[in-house]
Design a protein around this ligand. Structure first.
Ligand SMILES: Nc1ncnc2c1ncn2[C@@H]1O[C@H](COP(=O)(O)OP(=O)(O)OP(=O)(O)O)[C@@H](O)[C@H]1O
Length: 208
């Protein structure tokens, strides 16, 4: 369960961003909608523990995220929150398997090789474990980033414009995988998007 309460963020020289309170129950799937500049990415970064808000609370599974020390917050994020960005970033010198393994090590968790291979298989990447990011297409990379986001069995999967750089077929594939994989991992899902192809695929909407 995630709660945001009385959240406000202030960038220099622009009006403060205020976010309506929001409660995301376990396994719920939400679209985060709003016009360009309304604060979607800002809110996702705040929920993910990557950007400290000026005021208010983010509570994930009973823990007030911004009351944690920086080190505790890094581990908490690694264990509880899976993040998928618009364009996936992988460490170039490591293969896909090792990139996913590193996500567990950073979170202070043991590497579960069987689960890495199972997730890659579920995401249609069974043969790509030993490949490097530069050898994968955008759609394959986005699927690999879903595997990486899921590896630590997070409570919530957060995706910021995950389909905007993909063609129709890959966009459909990625949104299906996000919804089914979140459900089978018992994770909640938040997808921020402008993409009309995605809008009718999740039942709940939070509007900025
Ligand atoms: N680092 C920053 N410094 C100053 N202002 C910022 C910064 N990042 C974002 N902003 C401003 O905060 C507002 C919200 O930005 P944000 O990226 O969260 O919006 P968004 O809804 O995700 O937009 P888009 O849909 O275009 O990606 C915008 O007005 C933006 O210009």
């Amino acid at each position: 369960m995630i709660k945001i309460q009385s959240l406000v963020h202030q960038y220099p020289n622009v009006p403060a961003l205020r976010f309506p309170d929001w409660e995301i129950k376990d396994r719920e799937q939400w679209l985060l909608l709003g016009s360009s500049g309304s604060g979607k990415s800002t809110l996702l970064n705040i929920i993910a523990g990557l950007l400290k808000p000026k005021g208010g609370n983010v509570i994930v599974d009973g823990t007030s995220v911004y009351d944690l020390s920086l080190k505790a917050m890094d581990q908490f994020r690694g264990q509880k929150i899976g993040i998928i960005f618009q364009r996936p970033h992988f460490i170039k010198s490591l293969n896909i398997y090792d990139n996913i393994a590193v996500a567990s090590s950073f979170a202070g968790l043991p590497v579960d090789g069987k689960r890495i291979l199972m997730l890659l298989d579920n995401l249609g990447l069974a043969g790509k474990a030993k490949s490097y990011a530069e050898e994968l297409s955008q759609g394959q990379l986005q699927r690999a980033s879903i595997a990486r986001a899921l590896i630590n069995r997070p409570s919530v999967l957060i995706a910021d414009e995950p389909t905007s750089s993909l063609d129709d077929e890959n966009a459909e594939n990625v949104i299906s995988l996000l919804t089914t994989q979140a459900a089978s991992s018992d994770a909640s899902l938040i997808v921020a998007t402008h993409d009309k192809r995605v809008r009718n695929r999740l039942s709940k909407e939070y509007l900025l």
